[in-house]
Each structure stands twice: as structure tokens, then as C-alpha cells.
Write a protein that binds this ligand. Structure first.
Ligand SMILES: Nc1nc2c(c(=O)[nH]1)N[C@H]1C(S)=C(S)[C@@H](COP(=O)(O)OP(=O)(O)OC[C@H]3O[C@@H](n4cnc5c(=O)[nH]c(N)nc54)[C@H](O)[C@@H]3O)O[C@H]1N2
Ligand SMILES: Nc1nc2c(c(=O)[nH]1)N[C@H]1C(S)=C(S)[C@@H](COP(=O)(O)OP(=O)(O)OC[C@H]3O[C@@H](n4cnc5c(=O)[nH]c(N)nc54)[C@H](O)[C@@H]3O)O[C@H]1N2
Ligand SMILES: [Mo]
Length: 760
């Protein structure tokens, strides 16, 4: 059996490759963003919109979850935030005539870029069973249809309710409440593919699945590790914070198989010198690690710390007072095999010893990370080992130190706090039961990977997506597409057209919704929503633009109206919640810890910070009552002869599955995305040449051939044995069953591939 990428993937015309850049941002960044904004919104709307991003009375940038901080620049946005805003505030529209012109099958053949470029969705659309087209439908009919399909299921567990991470706290809370009163915990979310590994590792070791660092801590740190993260593209505002930290004397170590431009050098576009000057060299040390080598690296540092003669190498006082499991951990780490470490990391002993020197010279250490750590089979053990590393020197629970998983979607952390989780704890369910007077289901629900399996096997039949692009974000594209097409009904609450509308169930609904930038008027007047950033800060977000169409409903309205249609007997006050979001926030304040006086505190200009026991009190609410040091077996991922380990990454011109444009400026790629970055020694070792056309074929133990055709080989300074290509084009290569231990996150950063001469 062979699985191939859909034909809609191909949009490369005139692909050009040049030398990668060694610096990020500065003038080209801002001009690129403004050009794309003007194209999408025009000049006046651009100025009006971009000036309100992340301002205290404006809206939260839909770009990423990096916090804003107190000292906001007039233009507290970045190039890629501006692109995310332009994408939503575009003046282009997808109308009923558009759907009359294009069949669903035709849409499925278009590229992600083309689909996204069509503009904002404007009215609810229905594809009836057997029909080739979407046609307009009234909201009432849409809700009636969804309600009757849901109620026709043999069990509520046959429905899947996905959430992407842009959904506000208010909408997320109402949504999970609806889903649980309907009777299931099937609430998979994008987190399952993103920071689930971080949440799993941190909950077990420090007692809370969130980072322990606030923005001000970066300025107090002596040493900051940036591991498995490309902030120049994905969290550009983080670069300013790193630059400030350096001014305050911090050293930075970048750990990455790729020399990412933003980490190497940075020109701050918010400052006059950024436009002309040399910029700042951010990383003092670059450890060019092999993919999946991080567990070995941090375990090696831990061994060196344990063996060090330096008097304060290990903080014994902290270990004795606050941690559990030291002996077992020490015994394990002292048995670490150096050959394994060198093989797994691709680093020399000298490089690791030099990094140890930085560590010993630093009183306060922060480790930041993103997808480079979370999307491997051993991601959870890797992050646990990083916690070991920090605990050894007492680097959790004091200023300038701690764990800093940098979240992706702007409210992905808040959605989890609001109960978007397939494995809710009993305290949360008890609080829901007490507040709303119903018995929520207790059995765990399906996460993203299990939801795909359930749809594939016919155990789940109705899919509702609250934002996102499920079919494109998930692994094993061919399997996922079939799973969705096999559903009785798929419904997507969306702002923009994407492939999940085209890979539709027998019956399919598009439910168009307001974006962050837009005014949300309800019966009681204008509403605002709230979000939680990567550091647990909660603040309000208010859109000011006129909605893209008069027919749009807010996500809150969609949930409340669906709940009324599907659960007519429900005693829950859906009307009141829809009319006034303060009512939702009052419910939240009684159900979710840390949200007391929510309505008052959210009206403070800077919002408020959620409590975090390890950060605030050095209290670790784990099973042992202490921070847990853990034993993490190192098994080296060995790639067979003639194969490469492939990671799937974002280009500079995309937001997850939304492709803004076809360039990846920092990596020197123009006008195309079907490229595979390979170390020059591997290019020649494999008998290839720079510029050769190859198919990427993934090898997995199930023997299924997964092929992504026609990629151009780009000789690139990545770590030897490692390759990189863009997602979502390469999702077809990630086997559904290849997931991380514990977190079940697809292993999108370690796919074993061979490169074959292109067939076509
Ligand atoms: N403009 C823009 N902003 C975004 C997004 C976007 O698509 N576009 N997406 C948002 C979302 S949802 C998320 S989760 C974040 C993602 O932010 P990132 O995690 O920065 O995104 P990726 O492109 O997946 O980059 C992974 C990085 O980890 C490195 N890496 C891969 N494997 C390994 C490894 O084994 N070890 C080490 N040490 N490094 C490794 C890669 O070389 C790369 O630099 O960004 C958010 N912000
Ligand atoms: N191979 C591979 N796969 C990956 C990853 C990887 O690194 N490699 N990364 C994974 C990660 S980290 C993540 S987070 C997921 C992302 O998975 P998703 O969150 O599902 O995907 P997005 O591309 O962010 O979703 C884009 C769509 O969201 C809709 N949208 C945008 N704004 C709003 C809004 O305000 N409301 C509503 N209702 N809809 C809106 C638009 O219709 C748009 O088309 O992908 C994962 N998949
Ligand atoms: Mo993400």
C-alpha cells in the first residue's frame, strides 16, 4: 500500500535558493509584513489595525503566546504578528458564489496557500450528503442539523470535539461545558500535537504543567538556554526579551540542529539602530545538536554536575529540602555511557564541557523550549531530564530561573486552563458538577491521535472543530483525510477556508466566526474576551474592526446556540451566557482555581497573573509533595545506513497550516516550499547533488510506504544525518502510530526517511 501527498500540495513556481541569513528582523522584516498587510487590507485599515495589536485597550495578537510585558512599544507587534493579523483582517471574502463555482473535490485539489488566500468566510454553508457543492444554510438549520446528528448517535462518545488554540477563555469554557453536558470528554486539541509533552513532564515533576518563568525573570537570568525553538520566526517578540536579557548580562546557549537566523543575530526593528546597525549577536554558544539528542545532552550535563569538584555544582540544601528521588537519579546518571552521549548528540566532549563551564558560572538559569523538544518519541523523558538539570542547582522557584516552555497558539494555554482536555482531573469535574448541577462524564476521552483512530475505525461519526485545520495539522494525512471523509457529519467553526472544509464528511457544515480583531456585539452590548499567555498572565482582548460579514457569529454564540438546539432540556443558562460574557466569567471564577474576582481583575489594564505554586512558593503539588527527580533511560535513536532523520518545521511565511507566502527568507528559500535541507556531507554521501529532485519516503515498522514526492535537495548547514522540510506538506510522512511516550504527541521532529530520485 502506498500513501501519497494530495495533489493540492504543489504550488511551487520558480523556486529559488540562496545562502541562508545569519541575522533576523530589522528593516526587511517590517517591510515584508507591511507589504503583505497592504495587499490584504489596504493602507488605512493596516494602520488602524496594527496600532491596536497588544495594546492595553486593543486585541491580543493572534500570532503567538509570547507575553506582552509592561513596557509596550507603540507598535508591539512583529513581522509575523502583522502577517497573522493581515490574514484575519483581510478585505477578501469567500461568498456563496465562490462555493457555487468550486466543487468540494476541486477545493481539495487546491494548495493550502491558495485556499487561505481566498479571504474570510461570510455565511454558514452546508454540503448535503451526495452533493458536490456547499450551499448557503441558515444558522438555525445548521444548528438543528448538528443537534439532530449528535442526538442520533448511539453514545455521546461517538462525537469528537476538537479545539485549536485561538479560542478565547470564555468560548472554551462554554464549549467544554456543552461537550460535557452532552456526555463526553472527547475534547482533543492542538496541544496534543504541540506542548502535551511539556505538560505531561512538568505535571509529574513539579506538579503543574505550565512554565515557571515570568517575563521579568529573563532579565534576571545569568544563563538562558533556547532549545529546539526558532523564535526569529515563531516568537519574534521573544528576541527583544533575549536582547534585553543580554544587556543585563545573561549568556545565551542555543541548542538546535539548524543555525536559525534569529538566534544567531538580531536587529531590533522597534529601535532606530535596528534599521541600520549590526544588531546583537544573541547566542553566545551554539550547540549544533543532532535531532533527538537533547536527553543525552542534559543527562551528560547532569553527570558532569554530579561529578564536579566545584563546591556549589549541586545545591544540596535545595535537593534535601524540596526534591524526591535523588539517590535513584544519581545512580542512574553516573552510569551514563559517554559513547552514547557523543553518538546521540553529535557534539564533542569539549563542546559539552564548555557548556558546563557556562552552567557553573551561572547562579540563575532558565531553559526555554518549543517543538524541537516536544515532538519526539522520548520527549517526555527529555523534558523530565531538563527539570532534573534545573533542580540540581535549585533553579526552580526563584527569580531569574526556571522552566519556560514557549507556547504556540495565542490562547492554547488558556484553553487547557478552561477545561479543554480529554483527561480532566476529578477536582475540575467536581467543581463543574457543583456549579451547574449535572454529572459530567468521568471516563477519559479521545486525544487527537486516538480521535483519528476512532474516526478511521467508524467508532466516531461526528466531528466538530472549534477553529484550526484538523485534517492538515494531523499526521499521516492520507489516513486522516479518509477518517474525516468517513464521518457522517463534519462541522468546522472557522474564520478562513482551509483543507478541513474540503476533506469533508458525508454531510458537512462551515460555521463562520468572528476573529480577534473584530467587534463582538451581544444583546447586553459590546463584549470582550480574555486569554492566557505562555507565562500564565490573563488579560482582555477587544476587537475594533467591523465584522467581516454581518452573518458571522462569535464562538460563544455558536456554542450557546448549539447547546440550546442539542440539549433543549439542559438547565444551564446558555442564553444569559451568550447575552453577557461576564456571566461566563462569573461561572469560571467559581470553577477554575486562580480566577476569583475574574470580572474585576480582568478589567485591570494589565490583567492578572495566575498562581503557580512552584514559582510563587517553592511548593510542588506532586504525588510525593516534592519536586521529583526522575530516572530517564537514554536509548539512542539509530538511523539505518543511507537514511536521514527528518524534522518537519515551519517556514518564515506560514502560520501552522496557513501558508502566507512561498518564501522562507532567513533560510534563503524563495517562491517554493518543496525543499529538503540536507547537510552537504550527506548530500554527497547519498550520491546526490545540491538541487537534485527527490521523493521523501518514510520508513516505519508497519511497512506502509509513505511518500512525499518531488522535493528539491538544498545543501544546508544542518547537523549531519539530519534533514528538515516544511509541514504540512510532509505530514503524509508521519505515521499515525509513531507518537511520544506518555503524551501521545506525533513524532513530527523525528521521521526516518530515505531520499529516492523523484519519480515524476
Ligand atoms: N509565524 C509563526 N509563528 C508561530 C507559528 C507559525 O507557524 N508561524 N506557530 C505557533 C505554534 S502553534 C507553535 S507550537 C510555535 C512553534 O515554534 P517552534 O518550535 O520554534 O517551531 P518549529 O518550526 O517547529 O521549529 C522547531 C525548532 O526546533 C528545532 N529542532 C527540531 N528538532 C530538534 C531537536 O531534536 N533538538 C533540538 N535542540 N532542536 C530541534 C528546529 O531546528 C527548529 O529550530 O510557534 C507559534 N508561532
Ligand atoms: N508535521 C507537523 N505537524 C504539526 C506540527 C509540526 O511541527 N509538524 N505542529 C503541530 C502544532 S504545534 C500545532 S499547534 C498544530 C496546529 O493545528 P491547528 O491549530 O488545528 O491549525 P492552524 O493551522 O493553526 O489552524 C488554522 C485555521 O484556524 C482557523 N482560525 C484562525 N483564527 C480563528 C479564530 O479566531 N477562530 C476560529 N474558530 N478559527 C480560526 C482558520 O480557519 C485557519 O484556517 O499543528 C501540529 N502539526
Ligand atoms: Mo503549536
Amino acid at each position: 500500500m502506498s500513501r501519497k501527498a494530495p495533489s493540492g500540495d504543489f504550488d511551487d513556481e520558480g523556486l529559488e535558493v540562496s545562502e541562508p541569513k545569519t541575522w533576523a528582523a530589522g528593516v526587511p522584516g517590517v517591510t515584508t509584513a507591511l507589504r503583505q498587510s497592504y495587499e490584504q487590507m489596504g493602507v488605512r485599515r493596516t494602520a488602524l489595525t496594527l496600532l491596536r495589536v497588544n495594546q492595553k485597550k486593543g486585541f491580543d495578537c493572534p500570532g503567538c503566546a509570547w507575553p506582552e510585558g509592561d513596557h509596550r512599544h507603540v507598535a508591539e507587534f512583529c513581522e509575523n504578528g502583522a502577517k497573522a493579523v493581515a490574514e484575519e483582517a483581510t478585505t477578501r471574502r469567500v461568498t456563496r458564489e465562490f462555493f457555487a463555482r468550486h466543487t468540494v473535490a476541486e477545493l481539495a485539489r487546491r494548495s493550502d496557500h491558495w485556499l487561505g488566500q481566498q479571504g474570510r468566510l461570510t455565511e454558514p454553508m452546508l454540503k448535503r450528503a451526495g452533493s458536490e457543492h456547499y450551499e448557503p444554510v441558515s444558522w438555525d438549520e445548521a444548528f438543528g442539523l448538528l443537534a439532530s446528528e449528535l442526538n442520533a448517535l448511539d453514545s455521546p462518545d461517538e462525537a469528537v470535539f476538537y479545539t485549536s488554540g485561538r479560542t478565547s477563555n470564555e468560548a472554551a469554557f462554554a464549549y467544554q461545558l456543552f461537550v460535557r453536558s452532552f456526555g463526553t470528554n472527547n475534547l482533543p486539541d492542538c496541544s496534543n500535537m504541540c506542548h502535551e509533552s511539556s505538560g505531561s513532564a512538568l505535571s509529574e515533576t513539579i506538579g503543574i504543567g505550565k512554565g515557571s518563568v515570568l517575563l521579568e525573570d529573563l532579565g534576571k537570568a545569568d544563563l538562558i538556554f533556547v532549545v529546539g525553538q526558532n523564535p526569529g520566526t515563531n516568537h519574534p517578540r521573544m528576541l527583544s526579551a533575549l536582547e534585553r536579557a543580554k544587556k543585563e548580562g545573561a549568556r545565551i546557549i542555543a541548542v538546535n540542529p539548524l543555525p536559525e537566523a534569529g538566534l544567531m543575530r538580531f536587529k531590533n526593528p522597534q529601535r532606530p539602530s535596528g534599521a541600520t546597525g549590526q544588531g546583537t549577536t544573541l547566542a553566545d554558544r551554539f550547540l549544533q545538536i543532532r535531532l533527538n539528542g537533547d536527553l543525552a545532552l542534559f543527562q551528560a550535563l547532569n553527570r558532569l554536575l554530579l561529578e564536579s569538584e566545584a563546591p556549589d555544582a549541586v545545591d544540596r540544601g535545595f535537593i534535601d529540602a524540596h526534591t524526591h528521588g535523588f539517590e535513584a537519579f544519581e545512580k542512574h546518571v553516573l552510569g551514563l555511557d559517554w559513547d552514547d552521549v557523543l553518538e546521540a548528540t553529535g557534539l564533542t566532549r569539549g563542546e559539552i564541557a564548555a557548556a558546563l563551564g557556562d552552567v557553573l558560572g551561572a547562579k540563575r538559569i532558565i531553559v526555554c523550549w518549543a517543538m524541537g523538544l516536544t515532538q519526539h518519541r522520548n520527549s517526555v523523558p527529555t523534558i523530565r531530564e531538563i527539570v532534573n538539570f534545573l533542580l540540581l542547582r535549585g533553579n526552580i522557584g526563584r527569580p531569574g530561573a526556571g522552566v519556560c516552555p514557549v507556547r504556540g497558539h495565542s490562547n492554547v494555554q488558556g484553553d487547557r486552563t478552561m477545561g479543554i482536555w480529554e483527561r480532566p482531573g476529578p477536582e475540575f469535574l467536581d467543581a463543574l458538577a457543583a456549579e451547574f448541577g449535572f454529572e459530567p462524564p468521568r471516563e477519559h476521552g479521545l486525544d487527537t491521535v486516538d480521535a483519528i483512530r476512532a474516526m478511521r475505525d467508524g467508532r466516531a461519526k461526528v466531528f466538530l472543530g472549534m477553529g484550526g485545520n484538523f485534517v492538515r495539522a494531523t499526521p499521516d494525512s492520507a489516513v486522516t483525510e479518509r477518517a474525516l471523509r468517513g464521518c457522517r457529519l463534519t462541522a468546522q467553526v472557522s474564520t478562513k477556508l482551509n483543507r478541513s472544509h474540503a476533506e469533508a464528511g458525508e454531510t458537512a457544515l462551515i460555521l463562520p466566526t468572528l476573529g480577534r480583531t473584530e467587534r463582538d456585539e451581544q444583546e447586553s452590548g459590546p463584549q470582550f474576551v480574555s486569554v492566557e499567555d505562555s507565562m500564565g498572565m490573563v488579560h482582555a482582548s477587544r476587537g475594533r474592526l467591523a465584522p467581516a460579514s454581518p452573518h458571522l457569529l462569535s464562538e460563544v454564540s455558536i456554542v450557546c446556540r448549539l447547546a440550546r438546539a442539542a440539549l433543549p432540556e439542559s438547565g444551564i443558562g446558555w442564553d444569559a451566557m451568550e447575552r453577557d460574557y461576564d456571566v461566563i466569567r462569573d461561572h469560571i471564577s467559581r470553577v477554575v482555581p486562580g480566577f476569583d474576582r475574574y470580572n474585576a481583575r480582568i478589567r485591570e489594564p494589565a490583567g492578572f497573573t495566575l498562581p503557580h505554586a512552584p514559582r510563587d512558593e517553592r511548593r510542588f503539588p506532586t504525588a510525593t509533595g516534592k519536586a521529583n527527580l526522575t530516572v530517564n533511560a537514554l536509548d539512542v535513536l539509530r538511523v539505518p545506513e543511507g537514511r536521514l532523520l527528518l524534522q518537519t518545521v515551519r517556514s518564515h511565511d506560514q502560520y501552522n497550516t496557513t501558508v502566507y507566502g512561498m518564501d522562507d527568507r532567513y533560510r534563503g528559500v524563495k517562491a517554493g516550499r518543496r525543499v529538503v535541507f540536507v547537510n552537504p556531507a550527506d548530500v554527497s554521501g547519498l550520491g546526490l547533488e545540491d538541487g537534485a529532485m527527490v521523493d521523501l519516503v518514510s520508513e516505519w515498522r508497519d511497512g506502509v510506504e509513505r511518500r512525499a514526492p518531488s522535493f528539491r535537495v538544498v545543501a544546508y548547514p544542518t547537523a549531519p544525518g539530519c534533514a528538515a522540510a516544511y509541514f504540512p506538506e510532509t505530514n503524509v510522512l508521519v505515521p499515525l502510530d509513531s507518537t511520544a511516550e506518555v503524551s501521545n504527541t506525533p513524532t513530527s521532529k523525528s521521521v526516518i526517511v530515505r531520499l529516492e530520485p523523484a519519480r515524476s
